[in-house]
Design a protein around this ligand. Structure first.
Ligand SMILES: O=C(O)CCC(=O)C(=O)O
Length: 217
């Protein structure tokens, strides 16, 4: 039995946020003591991409990614993201246990996960939507966080426009706690962008795993 199998799933206290096109469920689903053990194991086990896959091209210039990244999944799964094809490495035990935990709580078997490690508050993720064509848009993306709590900011696509098309829809901020799970349910990722902004004063390490359901070919 792994530590996640001891969690009393029906007693998880989900908080739902619903707004124009936004539909998310959030809970600190993994108790601190179990989350501490998982974070330690992830830190011991995971190795992050190097070389090309650890870089990003912006306006023709190559930069190191402002975080560390790796991806796991079922055999043969790949994912196109920021103009790169990301191969899914075989599931390591602690990541597979999290995939199985999501299946227990939601009945969804995810085929792919993108892991992002933020070494400190300088590491970040810019505004984007997870709406790549290989993702099945009918399923939620499940985001699990460990370590340093960081704000996660969602912005409506029409609030990002300039000029008269801009709509005065306020952003939604969720502090993603250690051991938390956030389900971004459809159609959230079509209509709202999300980001993990820089927070220079926050010094701790954070690991986030976004589990994704792939479209059947
Ligand atoms: O680290 C996070 O919470 C955000 C991750 C994210 O935006 C993504 O994987 O698409």
């Amino acid at each position: 039995m792994n530590s996640l199998q001891k969690i009393d799933v029906p007693s998880i206290n989900w908080k739902t946020i619903r707004k124009e096109g936004l539909n998310v469920d959030y809970a600190v689903a993994i108790p601190r003591i179990i989350a501490n053990g998982i974070l330690k194991e992830l830190e011991k086990t995971l190795e992050y991409f190097t070389g090309d896959l650890s870089k990003i091209t912006v306006f023709g210039k190559v930069h190191p990614l402002p975080r560390q990244q790796v991806a796991y999944g079922d055999a043969g799964v790949t994912y196109r993201y920021s103009g790169k094809t990301i191969p899914a490495l075989p599931w390591p035990a602690p990541v597979l246990a999290l995939r199985d935990f999501l299946e227990t709580i939601k009945g969804i078997k995810y085929e792919f996960v993108l892991v992002n490690k933020y070494r400190n508050g300088n590491d970040h993720m810019g505004e984007h939507r997870d709406n790549e064509p290989e993702l099945d848009p009918d399923y939620p993306i499940a985001s699990i966080s460990f370590g340093q709590e960081r704000p996660f900011v969602l912005k409506h696509k029409d609030a990002r426009k300039a000029g008269p098309d801009k709509k005065p829809i306020p952003p939604v901020k969720i502090d993603l706690e250690h051991g938390s799970i956030l389900f971004m349910n459809p159609p959230t990722n079509e209509i709202w962008y999300h980001s993990l902004p820089t927070r220079k004063k926050l010094l701790g390490v954070r690991i986030n795993l976004t589990f994704r359901k792939m479209r059947m070919k």
